[in-house]
Design a protein around this ligand. Sequence first.
Ligand code: AMP
Ligand code: MN
Ligand code: MN
Ligand code: MN
Length: 294
Amino acid sequence: MPADLHLHSIYSDGSCTPARLIELAREKGLDTVALADHDTVAGIGEMIEAGAEKGIQVIPAIEFSTYQGEVELHILGYFIDYSSPSFQAEIKKLYEKRKERAAGMIARLNELGVRLSYQEVRNLAGSDYIGRPHIARAMVEAGHIREMKDAFSSEYIGNGGQAYLPKYKLDTAETIQLIHEYGGLAVLAHPYYVNGRDFMDKEGIEVLVKYGLDGLEVYHSKHSREATAYYLQIARELGLLVSGGSDFHGANSPGLEIGDIRLADKYVKRIRDYYQKRKTSSRLAQKRNCPHII
Ligand code: AMP
Ligand code: MN
Ligand code: MN
Ligand code: MN
């Protein structure tokens, strides 16, 4: 059965709880999903538990925003060791920075005459993880704009807009290293949609491969047929894993459903096999380095 390896929950900018995501995945006939919240693994324990109850396999994941020069990339870390306290400490800073940024954007909107309080947006988001989609929804609900997309303008919180503040982002090479350090596989999310450049071409991807990139999110809800074929070819040429997912955000991504993008079993199997192989070889390497540990 197919998989959807890119979902968001209330722990980042999705509107569904992990348990609800599992219910929806089951209704759609999926057997494997990955929770890939932005910069946080807070929902993964819940997701795995709910998945176990309903017979859905959950791949732990995270979606990091990184910078590569002027370009903002999103890097997925599949099978990341989400329960590691030191990993959680590493990513806490990203969460704190998000909170500051959201408060800053809301303050700017207030200056522009858009009355909105942090608490109002927080209530809607369900946590302190506030992204622009939450602010956009709060603006709709307060009657400032008609549709969420109206918020993403130069007047408000569109890229470079009057109330926009940039995100604190990690360096791309360091992020890939961090993912590897915690046992994960690094996959470039939606390569056709990156901020600051039209799209990632083969040359750009080759640079990431030098940093250790393991795969490409070839299948994505925003990828056209042509873009999909283009990245499938690049994945073949560069020997990269092929991944895919809907990037479902619930009510924060209107018109999109779980399973709208389905990754074929053979690709899921390759991802799993690659992960197992990596795990085994890193254990062997550890043993070699520490011969006294049996
Ligand atoms: P943030 O990570 O807080 O900067 O928010 C980025 C998110 O906002 C993206 O992942 C999209 O879900 C959403 N977004 C960005 N641009 C638009 C747009 N023009 N219309 C609707 N949603 C958008
Ligand atoms: Mn998002
Ligand atoms: Mn993304
Ligand atoms: Mn995403």
